[in-house]
Design a protein around this ligand. Structure first.
Ligand code: THU
Length: 135
């Protein structure tokens, strides 16, 4: 028996990692989101003014939203970390914004060595701020 290969979402995240712009941290991140049935890629993009860096997860989600896809179904994130690194808190909050059912959203973290971790979004951001409290 061989281990199962990467899903297409994982393959897209791995490919996106190669397009990361991370000359400062050298921590390249690729992401692929499935939103409203379509897949969108993202990668982290850094800046000489360090605080302007944006994470891979958010570039992927924003690409989806700009294309009109608002319903988050799954996300794969690829880093070179071992074990694979999970989305930061800011990205978890952005993912939650577009998740009608956080318990039904699969979050997959992988690395090029084939290691994999999975969660639901609900597990990564329990009792998150959804905006329902807003006036
Ligand atoms: N980064 C991501 O792209 N996603 C995360 O969830 C965590 C961090 C990026 C931001 C920055 O370019 C580099 O990784 C180091 O923090």
């Amino acid at each position: 028996m061989t281990a199962p290969g990467p899903t297409s979402l994982e393959a897209r995240a791995l490919d996106a990692l190669r397009r990361a712009y991370a000359p400062y941290s050298k921590f390249r991140v690729g992401a692929a989101v499935q939103m409203s049935g379509e897949t969108f890629d993202g990668a982290n993009v850094e800046n000489a003014s360090y605080g302007l860096a944006i994470c891979a997860e958010r570039t992927a989600v924003f690409a989806a939203v700009i294309a009109g896809a608002h319903r988050l179904e799954a996300i794969a994130v690829c880093t070179e970390a071992s074990p694979p690194s999970s989305p930061c808190g800011a990205c978890r909050q952005v993912l939650l914004e577009f998740a009608p059912d956080p318990a039904a959203v699969t979050v997959i973290a992988i690395n090029p060595r084939g290691e994999r971790r999975t969660w639901t979004l609900a597990a990564l951001i329990p009792d998150g701020f959804s905006g329902r409290e807003l006036p």
